[in-house]
Structure formats: C-alpha cells, structure tokens
Design a binder for this molecule. Structure first.
Ligand SMILES: *[C@@H]1O[C@H](CO)[C@@H](O)[C@H](O)[C@H]1NC(C)=O
Ligand SMILES: *[C@@H]1O[C@H](CO)[C@@H](O)[C@H](O)[C@H]1NC(C)=O
Length: 202
C-alpha cells in the first residue's frame, strides 16, 4: 500500500545536522553550519557522527490532559569517522519535555544520576563500559569499536503522538570540540521514526 505512506513522504522534512570541529588549540571557535545541508549521512562526516532516532511512543497512565505522560524509546548513536580516537566520549542531549529516563544502554549519566532520572532540562551521557571510540583506521572499520548505540527508554510529557518529542539539541561536549548551531533536524523514515543528526568533523 504505497499510498499509505504518501502523507509521511509529504510531511515536512526536518533536518538538524551539526558538525563539531575539533579545536586542537582548545579554543572555542564555532564552525558555521553548512547551508542547505544534504540529508544526514555518516558517510558525509569525517569526524564524529551523532544520530538521535526516536518514534512517537504511546500514552501511559495516568490520564491527565494537562500533563499527559507518554512512553518513548530512542537510540543515540555516536560514531567515530575521524583520524583520532575519541577518548571518554560525552554527548549532551537537550531533552525538553520533562523526560524521565528509565534506562539507557552503553552509557551512564555524566552527573552520576541513577535511574529513573529527571532529565527534562537536558543531560550528558558518558560511555560505559566503552569510554573511548577507536578509529576505523586502527580497527579496519570495526563498527563495534568505532561506534556505540545508547538505547533509551523513558517517559515524556505532553507530546501527543504522532508528534515527536525531539530534544532541542545533541552535541559532543568533549573538550576541544565545538558544534555549530543546529540548522535542520531529522527526517521522517517510514511511519514515524525520525533522526536527529550531528556531523562532527575535524
Ligand atoms: C529545570 O530547570 C528549571 C529552571 O531552572 C527548574 O525549575 C527545574 O526544576 C529543572 N528541572 C529538572 C528536572 O532539573
Ligand atoms: C547545544 O548544546 C550545547 C551544549 O550545551 C550548547 O553549547 C549549544 O549552544 C547548544 N546549541 C543549541 C542550538 O541549542
């Protein structure tokens, strides 16, 4: 039924690629976002590629029209496409819907919070147990060593499906890296999965 997906195909494409620039000087210069960025693809990034994927989730109890909770599941991917190891990776996710994070794989919360964690003002994930992301060069492109997937389960408030509870932002917070302001955001894939990307290059 191709027609079924037509509304989704016509829905607005929202892209938010960001490219973090490694500042070898440790300076805070911000890169300017590329204009009219193409669809985000890891292949286009020779640095750290970030992706945040989520769906629409579902309503959970209690029923409260003023502050309705919904379940969400999201996956953050951090991929090193660069020429240097990314040591002690840390990624900020700018949650903004009163999110309660219930679990997350392959990472801990950098502030030491345990689950369930109130992350509605954003939070920083740090790799655990794999803290460093090796390069493709030194691993012959072994994605299990160059990238990590953080699968999150949580509750958000007020974003009724099919609307998507996007975070405001995803960015590397490692010293020496800078991200330009997000310019565009994610993309509708199939029925309701969207992707938020940050292309971080050096
Ligand atoms: C988020 O920030 C606001 C304003 O500082 C504060 O009132 C609120 O308690 C914070 N929420 C969480 C979950 O930290
Ligand atoms: C994204 O988050 C980083 C880290 O908190 C911040 O420095 C940057 O200004 C944010 N960008 C936007 C567009 O919110």
């Amino acid at each position: 039924m191709p027609g079924f997906f037509v509304p989704f195909a016509l829905a607005a494409f929202l892209f938010l690629p960001i490219c973090s620039i490694a500042q070898t000087t440790g300076g805070g210069t911000r890169a300017t976002p590329s204009a009219a960025a193409p669809a985000p693809a890891a292949d286009n990034c020779n640095g750290i590629f970030l992706s945040y994927r989520t769906g629409t989730g579902s309503k959970i109890a209690p029923t409260d029209p003023k502050h309705q909770p919904y379940r969400f599941e999201s996956t953050l991917t951090v991929q090193n496409n660069g020429i240097e190891r990314l040591k002690s990776w840390q990624v900020y996710v700018g949650f903004k819907h009163d999110e309660v994070l219930v679990s997350a794989s392959n990472a801990i919360l950098a502030d030491g919070s345990s689950y369930p964690a109130l992350v509605g003002n954003g939070t920083v994930f740090a790799g655990f147990p794999m803290t460093d992301l090796k390069t493709a060069i030194e691993t012959a492109g072994d994605s299990t060593q160059t990238s990590v997937e953080v699968k999150m389960l949580g509750t958000q408030f007020g974003v009724k499906p099919p609307a998507i509870p996007w975070p405001a932002n995803i960015t590397l917070v490692n010293d020496g890296w800078a991200c330009p302001a997000p310019s565009t955001l994610g993309k509708i894939i199939g029925k309701n999965h969207l992707f938020l990307h940050a292309d971080c290059s050096n």
